[in-house]
Design a protein around this ligand. Sequence first.
Ligand code: ADP
Length: 369
Amino acid sequence: MSLKLEQSQSLLESILKSVGSGIIVADETGKFLLYNPAAEKLFGIGATVSSPAEWSKLYGFFAEDGITPLPEDELPLVRAIRGQSVSGMRVYIKNAGLKDGLWLSMNARPLVTADGAIAGGVISFEDITRQKELEQEAARSNADLEQFASVAAHDLQEPLRTVVSFLNLLEQRTKNQLDEKSARYVHNAVSGAKRMQVLINDLLAYSRIRTKGQPFALVNMQLVIQDVLDDLGGNIAESAAKIDIGRLPNVRGDRSQLRHLCLNLINNAIKFRKQDEPLRIEVGVTESRKTPHLVTFYFRDNGIGIEPEFYERIFVIFRRLHGMDEYPGTGIGLAICQRIVERHGGRIWVESALGVGSTFYLTLPLEQT
Ligand code: ADP
């Protein structure tokens, strides 16, 4: 062996020994050609003389849920040997050699010779157990918080109903008997309690988006929008709005939630219109070649507009840019829209110019036909 070749081989060996990532190379039959110390540490078992059909059981590979055994076909190294590439696949591993199970993130690539033939596969992997634990903790505390909000909102409804009905009775009974100031106090108490009822109902609706949603099915968005426009008939006539609806595709989702989403957006366009200009609303889709499984809808208006510094804040629950006397509302509409879109795996954002108008964009999964 030439000195140069020897040197580069020992350099490669020391690199493979020192890296924290596990690296394994196998030939096309599954025979291990390289198995670095980190791989041995992370797998809890060293290189074995075994066939790929035995690997899942022998090494204890499971899917990310930690319970479903990974079939041979889905093992990253097996896929690499068959010519596929795998990036960032999360796998759980547990076997007699490991005190505790580990989550690994795995990459795999076929081993291709100079003439283009597949001679085996390479995998590299890292321990992501800590990251996975943090994600699980965050999901648990989110779920706890959500449940707390839902239970609190539900349990507050009953006593509040009592307060509202007794305040109403008090208002009726004391009509014309109280001095002006006392009558105003009672009136303010009634409207405060009623507003609280609206807020609590909204909070409950918000907390139920994820927990009480319907399974996804084909949704004809053209019909959904038509339905919403029929519902808003009175408001639309009153605002003399001109509404253009483009050709809308079918999506995959929860029809009732998507209807709620469109209703909120069109309602806002009507509510936040300019008083001195006829309202125009346009609903359509834009195409994206980057994400062919998603479609971007837009809801454009020529209303009062929003300043860029508020583009994100308006989606936060109970955040409003105006006083109740200027525009009625609770500030939950867009937070509900965001939750609905996120439940569908999409995102929602706004582009706007103050005094010119706003366009709300949202992505939804296309129904593949
Ligand atoms: P609400 O309508 O009850 O105030 P939303 O969550 O629907 O609550 O909206 C939050 C805020 O975003 C509104 O108070 C308003 O300032 C702004 N906004 C929403 N839609 C529009 C729109 N189409 N044009 C201008 N401003 C809007």
